[in-house]
Design a protein around this ligand. Structure first.
Ligand SMILES: Cc1cc2nc3c(=O)[nH]c(=O)nc-3n(C[C@H](O)[C@H](O)[C@H](O)COP(=O)(O)OP(=O)(O)OC[C@H]3O[C@@H](n4cnc5c(N)ncnc54)[C@H](O)[C@@H]3O)c2cc1C
Length: 383
C-alpha cells in the first residue's frame, strides 16, 4: 500500500507512525511546503509542547458529539498508551501532559527521526497544488497513491506553515469548507487604554451575550494596547459572538463587602496610595480615571464602595477577534459531515482527514494536539 500524507506536523506524523506500526511494509510519503518537519509543533506550549489534556473531555471542543464518538473507541488512557507505544515518554503537570524532555524541539526531532527510521520519505519545501483522486500534484512532483491523508492544518500563523491553501483545492474537488475564523486569540476592546498595555492581573472573566454567560474561567487577564489576552481570554474567543461583552472580577476570591472594607481601611492608612497594595500603577490609574476620581480629591465611603464594585465587575465591550496570525487555532475547516466515523471521506473513499484541517477545534491546554493524536489513532488504525 502507498500512502500520501499532506502536512508534516502533529497529525501527519502521528498518523504515519501509528499506521506503520500496523503495516510496516507500506510506503509513506509526507509533503510539506515548510523547510522543516513540525514547524508549528516547535512553537507549541511556549516551546514545551503541551501534548494532551487529562482528562481529555469532548466538552472542550466546538463539536463535542463528533469528538465523543471518536473517543468511544479511543479513551484518554488509550491515547496516553498510543504516545507511549510510539516511544514518547510523558510528564504531567496538573492536567497538562508534556513530553518528558519538556521540550518541543526534542519531541519534533524524535518524531522526525522515528519516521525516517521507519522509511517515511519527506518531500519538504514542496507545496501541494492539487489533488486529483489519489494523485498528488506538488510544485516538484506528481505522485500516485492508494490513499491520501489530509493533515494540512488550518490557517493560523501562516509563518508556521498552515496557510489554508488546501481548503481552496479541496472545495474545487467537492468538499464543503465551513467558514474559517481565528480562535484561541486575543480580542479587541475599545475600553482598554494604551496605558494598560502589558499590565496583568488575576481575574475571573465572563464572556456575556446580553444576560447569557457564554464562557467563564479564572485566570490571568493580560491587557494589550487595544484589547485583552491571556489564556482565559483566548479560551473565551472560542465562544465569541458579535456584540458580546467581557466582564472581569479582579478579586474573585473576596466578596464585595469584604473588598469594600479592605479598601476603606487601606484608604485610612495609606491615603491616595490605597490601591497600591492591590494592583500595578497603570491599572490603579485606569481605575481612578474610569471612576472620575482626581488625584487630590478626598474620597468618601461611597467613592470607595464604587471602586470596589468596579473592580468586581469591570466591563469591556468586545469589538472583534485578533487575526489568524495571532491565533493558535482555526475555527472551521473541512465539514465534519464530509467524513464518516473513521474520518474517511464520504466524497472520495480513498481520502482521510486528521487534525486541525477538520472543522474541529478545542480549548487551550493540550486539546488541539490531543485531537491531532486522537484523529491519527482513528485513521492510522483503519487505513
Ligand atoms: C503558538 C501556538 C502554540 C500552540 N500551543 C499548543 C499546545 O501547547 N497544545 C496544543 O494542544 N495545541 C497548541 N497549539 C495548536 C496546535 O499547534 C495545532 O492545533 C496543531 O499543530 C494542529 O496540528 P496539524 O498537524 O493538524 O496541523 P499543523 O500543525 O498546522 O500542520 C499542518 C502542516 O501542513 C503543511 N501544509 C499546509 N498546506 C500545505 C500545502 N498546500 N502543501 C504542503 N504542505 C502544506 C503546513 O506547512 C504544516 O506543517 C498551538 C498553536 C500555536 C500557533
Amino acid at each position: 500500500m502507498k500512502i500520501g500524507i499532506i502536512g508534516a506536523s502533529a497529525a501527519g506524523l502521528y498518523t504515519a507512525l501509528l499506521y506503520l506500526r500496523r503495516c510496516p511494509k507500506s510506503e509513506v510519503i509526507i509533503y510539506d511546503h515548510a523547510d522543516k518537519v513540525g514547524k508549528k509543533l516547535l512553537a507549541t506550549g511556549n516551546g514545551h509542547c503541551n501534548l494532551m489534556h487529562l482528562p481529555f473531555s469532548e466538552k472542550a471542543f466546538n463539536h463535542p458529539d463528533f469528538v465523543r464518538n471518536l473517543m468511544l473507541f479511543h479513551s484518554s488512557a488509550e491515547m496516553m498508551s498510543a504516545l507511549h507505544e510510539l516511544g514518547i515518554e510523558t510528564l504531567q503537570k496538573g492536567e497538562l501532559v508534556y513530553p518528558l524532555s519538556f521540550s518541543a524541539a526534542s519531541h519534533v526531532r524524535f518524531l522526525w527521526r522515528s519516521a525516517e527510521k521507519k522509511g517515511v520519505k519527506f518531500r519538504l519545501e514542496d507545496h501541494v497544488k492539487d489533488v486529483v483522486g489519489t494523485t498528488v500534484i506538488s510544485e516538484r512532483h506528481r505522485d500516485y497513491f492508494d490513499k491520501i491523508v489530509f493533515a494540512f492544518g488550518g490557517k493560523s500563523q501562516e509563518n508556521l506553515g498552515s496557510d489554508g491553501s488546501m481548503f481552496t483545492v479541496l472545495s474545487r474537488r467537492g468538499y464543503s469548507v465551513t467558514p474559517l475564523r481565528p480562535s484561541l486569540c486575543p480580542m479587541y476592546s475599545p475600553d482598554v487604554g494604551k496605558s494598560l498595555s502589558s499590565v496583568r492581573h488575576g481575574a475571573k472573566i465572563r464572556l456575556m451575550d446580553g444576560h447569557h454567560c457564554l464562557y467563564e474561567e479564572e485566570g490571568e487577564l493580560q491587557f494589550k494596547k487595544d484589547g485583552l489576552s491571556g489564556i482565559a481570554v483566548m479560551n473565551s474567543s472560542a465562544y465569541y459572538v458579535p456584540g458580546c461583552m467581557l466582564t472581569a472580577d479582579l478579586f474573585s476570591s473576596i466578596d464585595l463587602r469584604l473588598l469594600t472594607t479592605m479598601l476603606q481601611r487601606s484608604y485610612e492608612r495609606f491615603g491616595d496610595d490605597f490601591l497600591t497594595p492591590y494592583m500595578e500603577k497603570a491599572l490603579m490609574e485606569f481605575v481612578l480615571q474610569n471612576q472620575k476620581i482626581g488625584a487630590e480629591s478626598p474620597l468618601n465611603q461611597r467613592d470607595v464602595a464604587r471602586i470596589a464594585e468596579f473592580l468586581k465587575n469591570m466591563e469591556f465591550r468586545i469589538k472583534g477577534l485578533y487575526d489568524f496570525d495571532s491565533s493558535q487555532v482555526t475555527r472551521g475547516g473541512i465539514d465534519i459531515n464530509n467524513v464518516n466515523s473513521n474520518l474517511q471521506s464520504r466524497i472520495d473513499a480513498n481520502h482521510y482527514f486528521v487534525g486541525e484541517c477538520l472543522d474541529i477545534d478545542g480549548l487551550c491546554g493540550g486539546y488541539n494536539l490531543g485531537f491531532a493524536l486522537l484523529s491519527a489513532m482513528v485513521v492510522g488504525g483503519c487505513l
